[in-house]
Design a protein around this ligand. Structure first.
Ligand SMILES: [Zn+2]
Length: 514
């Protein structure tokens, strides 16, 4: 898929939203094509696992009495999920890493290469998976308890030397959630064997839409005076969904390389192209309710070009937004289906502009929270686009085409500098996107997703003035929330000014990347 073709495409995303439904089915998240299950990574915890109740799932299918936790992404935007086990970063497979390291034409300086690998290992270490071993040590995405400099010294014992055994001591290389296998699997058609169940679920979702279209009181409760518009959009969404179900090869892509859970991506849709991209576990219908809800969200984007993303389900002020925003926000089309599925977070609520769940008025603090949430949603969306773009350039190069690189070289180097990739440090004559760079952009997108979740849990405070305008004061308050969440995460780039520069760059490039 050439990068240039995506240029005109407008994407609307939906983050992963596991956790809303208590279904036990959520436990089996590992796609059939995803290689080894993460069982080995978790079983190391033995009987001493201690999980928060919100994340504990019995894995009925594993047969080895292991507590298995949902391995997918952050539950955006619930800050309490900070340490949930779904967060993870990956490193390149050893062969790819070694190839880039020893490539004399690329000539990546030793110190740069080690720093980049160290960055990835540090992010994997930052990803507590919420359980402790018998000695009480938190289990992270790394196999070892060594600190990152020690790991690096072992993997790179001398200049030009990279040690596979030490690499495998640090990272569970059998786990596709630790190792980036191949960009070639990251955006593909749905396998024939997976199609029938998805088609059935699409029809079920279409039936669910029919049900909510008939719920006049519900439509008014959510969309107010725009109920008729919402009903019309539901109808168009249903038609789009049934059309798509007729030819999945043409209209649907998925990701068997598991990039999507890494970057918290549940799916995206493109109105002009009548295209839907779905997380593998949505395609595999591991949680029927979640699959139906995601399909309806994405179908809402296909109902009318006005239906975009203006705040995901459950984000600050979601229920209190103006009717004009609700009717054009895909997340709001989830509410009535969720009421039928009994997964709603707003049971029995009438959505009233300016009023929160329970009847309280939206405060200044709430507004600031929503503003920070939207900033970080846009930053995350652009970070996912950046990763998809960089990955596409790599994929094209593997297919023999360098043109996506050469025609975007200035942008790619700009991204490389902003995100601490290796491209701008390579010999310019031979520069290319390596798998190391792909995993670095993936980990940035993942980190921004985590920051978004953290921001919703931050406290808004009045910034110290004086300010010339209310807008200036609001911006300062919003920025304080973003900076606090970024600092709490701590592993974006590790320098507050650069972190902020990157986030601002991402927001400035929202829906504006190749
Ligand atoms: Zn969306």
């Amino acid at each position: 898929m050439g990068a240039a073709r995506r240029n005109s495409r407008r994407r609307s995303r939906r983050p992963l939203q596991v956790g809303a439904s208590p279904s036990v089915a959520q436990a089996s998240h590992e796609p059939s094509a995803g290689g080894p299950t993460p069982a080995s990574a978790y079983s190391a915890a033995g009987p001493a696992v201690s999980l928060g109740s919100a994340i504990q799932r019995a894995d009925a299918g594993s047969g080895d009495r292991m507590i298995r936790v949902p391995p997918d992404g952050v539950v955006h935007p619930i800050a309490a999920q900070l340490n949930r086990p779904g967060t993870h970063f990956r490193v390149p497979n050893f062969a790819d890493l070694q190839a880039a390291y020893t490539d004399k034409k690329l000539a990546i300086p030793e110190s740069v290469f080690q720093a980049r690998v160290g960055q990835l290992l540090g992010r994997m270490r930052r990803d507590k998976i919420g359980i402790v071993d018998l000695k009480g040590n938190p289990i992270t995405r790394l196999k070892t308890l060594d600190d990152v400099p020690t790991i690096l010294a072992k993997i790179f014992p001398a200049p030009g030397v990279i040690d596979q055994v030490e690499f495998e001591n640090a990272v569970d290389v059998t786990n596709r959630r630790r190792i980036y296998a191949t960009v070639l699997d990251a955006q593909t058609t749905v396998k024939p064997a997976d199609q029938p169940k998805l088609k059935t679920t699409m029809k079920d979702a279409a039936d669910l839409i029919t049900t909510v279209q008939g719920d006049a009181a519900g439509l008014t409760a959510v969309f107010g005076t725009r109920a008729a518009d919402a009903k019309k959009n539901y109808g168009a969404a249903r038609t789009a969904l049934l059309d798509i179900a007729k030819d999945l090869d043409k209209h649907v892509t998925t990701d068997y390389n598991l990039d999507d859970p890494e970057v918290n991506l549940g799916g995206w849709a493109n109105f002009a192209g009548k295209h839907m991209h779905l997380l593998a576990e949505i395609v595999l219908v591991t949680d029927p309710n979640e699959s139906k809800t995601t399909l309806i969200h994405e179908a809402a984007h296909l109902s009318d070009p006005s239906v975009d993303d203006h705040g995901y389900y459950g984000t600050p002020n979601f229920e209190a937004l103006p009717e004009s925003i609700k009717v054009s926000n895909a997340g709001h089309y989830e509410e009535l289906p969720k009421r039928v599925l009994k997964t709603s977070s707003y049971v029995g609520e009438t959505f009233t502009p300016g009023k929160l769940k329970g009847g309280g008025a939206v405060t200044w603090e709430d507004t600031i929270k929503r503003s920070a949430s939207e900033y970080l949603r846009q930053a995350w969306d652009a970070a996912v686009d950046t990763h998809t773009f960089i990955r596409g350039v790599r994929k094209s190069a593997l297919g023999g085409s360098k043109s996506p690189f050469t025609s975007n070289v200035a942008l790619i180097k700009e991204i490389s500098k902003l995100m601490d990739l290796t491209i701008h440090e390579q010999d310019p004559a031979n520069a290319q996107v390596t798998t190391l760079d792909v995993t670095l952009t993936e980990s940035i997108a993942h980190g921004v997703g985590i920051i978004g979740g953290l921001a919703d849990g931050e406290t808004v405070t009045k910034p110290a003035g004086p300010f010339k305008t209310q807008a200036d004061e609001d911006a300062a308050a919003r920025n304080a929330v973003i900076d606090a969440a970024t600092a709490r995460y701590g592993r974006l780039l590790g320098a507050p000014a650069r972190d902020r520069k990157l986030l601002d760059w991402l927001v400035a490039h929202y829906r504006n990347l190749p």
